[in-house]
Design a protein around this ligand. Sequence first.
Ligand code: SF4
Length: 449
Amino acid sequence: MINKKFLIKKNTEFKKMSDQIKITCSGCSLLCDDIIIIKHEKDIEKILGTCLKGKEKFNQIISKNRILNPLIRKNNSLEKINWDIALDKAVQMINNSIKPVLYGLSNISCEAQLNAIKIARKINGFIDSNSTICQGQVLNFASKIGITTMTLTDIINKSDVIILWGVNVVESIPRLLSKILFSRGKFRITGREIKSLIIVDIYKTASFNVLGTRDLALIIKPDNDIELIRFLKKYCREEYKIPAGGNSGIDKQDLERLISILLNSEHISILTGQALIKPQGEGHPMKELLELIKILNKYKKIGRVSLMMVGGHYNMVGFEHIALAETGKNQSIQFRNGKSVQTEETIISKLQNQDFDLSIIVGTDPISHFPAAISKNLSSKPMILIDNKKSGTYLIADLILPTAITGIECEGLAFRLDHVPIKLKKIIDPPNNILSDAKLLENILMKLE
Ligand code: SF4
């Protein structure tokens, strides 16, 4: 059956003329590389293998929500402009600014991220990615404490225990568990049968539905992750008595099981999300989790424990790598005189303190995601939006520059959630000769004085 949503205009040019094309989905950070596109003549007829979230990404090609032309806001309404005027206007806005900030950059290719960093350097701006309020903090703690990481292949082939701590992967990364929990690895003749799943969360998420009889569901009290981690740190170091009333809402029996699994399983993979990012009391649960992993790896008799941060945006990890390579910092980079300088600022403090006079937002929607007071500050200053779809931020941006969809209409490099680089292909031409994020940012860079 042909899904009309995936039919592309007859004159669309395909890069490759075969009937089936194997591609990578850029719908989320899992970057599934087993997606098949079936085409008929020059039309995309069917897309096989994506989850609903991935299908949404392909629907974006012909969505009503798609931005197809450069737009400028005049008297509170948007007017179409041509690309020459749009680029001149972007450069004029940048040249008029003395405190520009660039933000987003997790839904674009590594090539585009590099060009954005070059722009920030050239205009002595401040640049930050979505990672600053997400997984970037893990790397900051890891640089002091250390981290044991793993790839998806490690989890598939070696893990006997998978722990989801404060992350609902069934909804955020829909195909993750089908790859790592229900698959058979190279070194075992069994798959799900020997893999135990432990979920730690404050309420029953959709991921709890995957739990089997041998698995462990741990509902903890809100903001008690740090207390549980501290308890486990103490227990693993010394013979510590488990309190009769349990800890953090988890009863004694479940705690005993958890501790036994942590100390006796061979290869434990802990996957965690934003729930552990925000401070709890005076401490940081993510920092303490890294410390717990270090202790476990010291005291465990067999195997090892590893950590993977589960971010949503398809190339959030890419920004960490590109920024580190280019500036020595993975996030929150302030340039002065063309050099990265020491700063404690983040995009949040910059916007909170109104310490900016222009924002360049790339591939994200901070107006919808940030708290109202911060969104209000952001909307009070001139804004350039670079994106391929309409959003809350689109409704207030002064200049809007549309881009092609990477992995469908243009190629590029991205880093999967386990830090493995994956090449994204171009399958069809973008509408209206829209440029890729990388090319658009390169053009702006070339035009800057
Ligand atoms: S899990 Fe993510 S990468 Fe895989 S098909 Fe779904 S949206 Fe695409």
